[in-house]
Design a protein around this ligand. Structure first.
Ligand code: NAP
Length: 266
C-alpha cells in the first residue's frame, strides 16, 4: 500500500519518551513516509529526545519551550533559513501543577490556572503562528495542525480539574485557528484521546482507577491504544483528511458517548 505521508515533512512537539502519544504519532508518521523534525523542551530533555529521534530516523531535533516566544521565533527562523516546508505540525503538549490534579477544582490558584492555560492551550496559538508561515502554499496542499485533547474539556472527570478547563480553551482555540487559517488551506483539528498511561497522565490522582473504569464502561470494553490515536493522526495529516478542519475527533473506544453505566444505574 502507498505510504500516506510520502513526501511530507512533519514537526512533532511533545515527544518525552516511548510512552508519549507524540512518540506513537511520530512512529506512525515515519511508517507512512514522513520526514520528521522533533522538539525538546530544554537541555534536560535534549539527549533523550535525540536518542528517540535516531530511533525514529527523524532528520532534525530543535529546542522549543512553548512558553518562550524567543524559542518559537528561533524555530521559525531556523526552519525558514533552511528552506524547510512543513506539511504537518503535531502539538502534543500539556502541563499543570500536580496539586491542581488532586485537590478540589475550587482550590485552584490563579497561578496554577494561568500556568495550565499557558502551556496547554495558549501554546497551540503560539505554535500555529510560528509554523503557519512555513506551511506549503495553498495550491500545494497547505498543511495540517493537530493537537491532543481529552473528554475532561466537556465533562467533569474527577481530578482532571484545571486541565479540563485548559482543554476546553484548547478546543475553542482549534475552532478559531481553523477559521483564521482555512483560507491558507491549513487545517486545524484535535484528537480527543482516551486515557493512556503516560508520564503526564500519571500526575492525575487515581489515574489507574480511571483506566480500570474505562475498560469496564467504554463501548469497546478496553482502554485506548496509542497506535490507534496515531493512525487517526496520520489520517488528519494526510490528503485523506483534506476536508476536515475545526474538529475534535474522539479516539477513545466510544467512552465519550456514555452516561450512566450499567454498574452505576439502579
Ligand atoms: P507526555 O508524554 O508526558 O507528553 C507531554 C509533553 O508535553 C512532554 O513532551 C513535555 O515535555 C511537553 N511539555 C510540557 N511543557 C512544555 C513546554 N513548556 N514546552 C514544550 N514542551 C512541553 O504525556 P502525553 O499523555 O503523551 O501528553 C501529550 C498530550 O496528549 C497532552 O496534551 C495531553 O493532555 C494529551 N492527552 C493525553 C491523554 C492521556 O491519557 N495520556 C489523553 C488525552 C489527551 P517534557 O517531558 O520535556 O516536560
Amino acid at each position: 500500500m502507498a505510504q500516506l505521508l510520502a513526501g511530507k515533512t512533519a514537526l512533532v512537539l511533545g515527544v518525552a519518551n516511548k510512552w508519549s502519544l507524540a512518540y506513537a504519532i511520530a512512529q506512525a508518521f515515519t511508517r507512512e513516509g514522513a520526514k520528521l523534525i522533533l522538539t525538546y523542551q530544554g537541555d534536560r530533555q535534549k539527549q533523550t529526545v535525540e536518542e528517540l529521534a535516531a530511533d525514529l530516523t527523524a532528520y532534525k531535533t530543535l529546542a522549543c519551550d512553548v512558553t518562550q516566544d524567543a524559542q518559537l521565533d528561533a524555530l521559525t527562523n531556523e526552519l525558514k533559513g533552511q528552506g524547510t516546508v512543513l506539511n504537518a505540525v503535531v502539538h502534543s503538549i500539556a502541563f499543570a501543577n500536580r496539586e491542581d490534579l488532586s485537590r478540589p477544582f475550587l482550590e485552584t490558584s490563579r497561578a496554577g490556572f494561568t500556568l495550565a492555560q499557558d502551556v496547554s492551550a495558549y501554546s497551540l496559538v503560539a505554535v500555529a503562528r510560528a509554523t503557519a508561515p512555513l506551511m506549503a502554499p495553498r495550491d500545494q496542499g497547505g498543511g495540517s495542525i493537530l493537537t491532543l485533547t481529552y473528554l475532561g474539556s466537556t465533562r467533569v472527570v474527577e481530578n482532571y480539574n484545571v486541565m479540563g478547563v485548559a482543554k476546553a480553551s484548547l478546543e475553542a482555540a482549534v475552532r478559531y485557528l481553523a477559521s483564521d487559517l482555512g483560507p491558507s488551506n491549513i487545517r486545524v483539528n484535535a484528537i480527543s484521546a482516551g486515557a493512556v498511561k503516560t508520564t503526564s497522565a500519571r500526575g492525575i490522582r487515581d489515574f489507574s482507577k480511571m483506566l480500570e473504569g474505562v475498560a469496564k464502561i467504554a463501548p469497546l470494553r478496553r482502554n485506548t491504544d496509542p497506535a490507534e490515536v496515531a493512525d487517526t493522526a496520520v489520517f488528519l495529516a494526510s490528503d485523506l483528511g483534506r476536508g476536515v478542519t475545526g474538529n475534535i475527533v474522539y479516539v477513545d473506544g466510544g467512552m465519550q458517548i456514555m452516561g450512566l453505566s450499567r454498574s452505576e444505574s439502579c
